[in-house]
Design a protein around this ligand. Sequence first.
Ligand SMILES: Cc1ncc(COP(=O)(O)O)c(C=O)c1O
Length: 500
Amino acid sequence: MSRDAAPDGRQPTAPYLDALVAYGFRGVTRFHVPGHKGGPGADPGLLHAIGESALQLDVPQDTEGVDIGPSPTPYELAEQLAADAYGAQRTWFLTNGATQGNHVLCLVLAPLGTPVVLQRNAHASMVDGLVLSGGLPTFVSPTLDAGLGLAHGVAPEAVEAALARTPGAAAVFVVSPTYYGIAADVSALAAVAHAAGAALVVDQSWGPHFGFHPSVPQSALTLGADAVLTSTHKIVGSLTQSAMLHVAHDSRVDPARIARVVRLLRSTSPSSLLLASLDSARRQLAVHGEALLSQTLAAAQRTREAIDRVEGCAVVGEEMVGAPGAAAWDPLRIVIDVRGTGCTGYEVSAALKAAYDIHVELATQATLVLILGVAQPVDALERFAHDFAETIARVARPGARDAIVMPSAALENELACAPREAFLGVAEVVGVDDAVGRISCESIAGYPPGIPALLPGERVTAELVAYLRQLVAAGARLHGASDPAFETINVLRTHSAAAR
Ligand SMILES: Cc1ncc(COP(=O)(O)O)c(C=O)c1O
């Protein structure tokens, strides 16, 4: 246990934040970076926008009493407190999001030529990590809810089968929970990974609050994962771009190797504001998390019931638990099926924006997704139920809409060469219709739903081209596509040999 925790394991302090405050506000004469000198050197517009306090606390790495000096420094204490709160052996604060964590874990566990098993609907940053590292993925398809066009997690049997096809796999990379709040059966996944001699990495970006209340799912760390990512900024109150990487006690992943690679992929000037926000978010979660979640969950339940009473709409998620790849559900997510309104999720989202300035996290053809924070303002939630009901009454029309469903071929598309070889290979730009049969150099995810339909190294198919066109026509953005209008695409000019 950290020296800064109370003897009973409670965590009332935020040592990094406190040390930063002590340095930032005591009026030191700054002959060091950054150039704004704690405020006086900043453009007045920035000073007004973010305030003097933020600029005074924006201090460089290697500041005595903050992150250098006698060990443990406040920085080391802060990471240790986070490890204790999450039940990890060691935790790293990340200042380039969970994206950086996925890159780190790929470089550590999937170096050049190393076989790994990867969930096919993983976040793009995992595949980008393999582009950096040169690891060779065998993909596992998630379970699909075809009606709503949502992908769940991966079933343990599917991972077991993928491991059987992947001799020497060093690791299994999965996502839990999904964007829609559906968590996988992590203990069963850990059992199959470990039986095959592979480490289990869980990208728990959407569950930094897991394990901090009896009504939210357990954390993957307590369920047997070896390494876990939490994107703290998404749900807990840290600043955008801040996240944590945790290694379990008795992990199959060597913390010393992670430390080396975190250093490799980190700026030499990590933002002290982001780091302090992680330290204070950890304190808030550890000290008040359960009470705050109780308030938020009670309000969320009332809101869900009110939404369910709106004609043509249904809140979905909880009833999916038990389907393959869906072992638990996060009540901080409100996923609304709007198919019965005759409108698409895109249309309802636009109507909420236009009339009430309400901005939801995600709209798809069939759904709207609201992401609640741990300390979600309750009055805004209750107001939403009213504004949503009024909006639907105004925009609903007869008939029901279908979801746009990703073709299953997209989730089962075999790699023709390694993602690294395709991404870094000699590319040419061709019209998307002429790209059919060629090897993609791009990772393209329709956003929403954000699942890559095409990865570097996969062959472009006519079905995929049709699906991506349909998404663009429905108003989705194509994340990762070099041509947002999806008229052209980069494909490999030459391809020496099959990579696998
Ligand atoms: C599953 C998953 N992993 C990783 C990330 C990347 O997180 P960050 O934005 O913190 O870099 C995201 C972002 O949405 C995500 O959905």
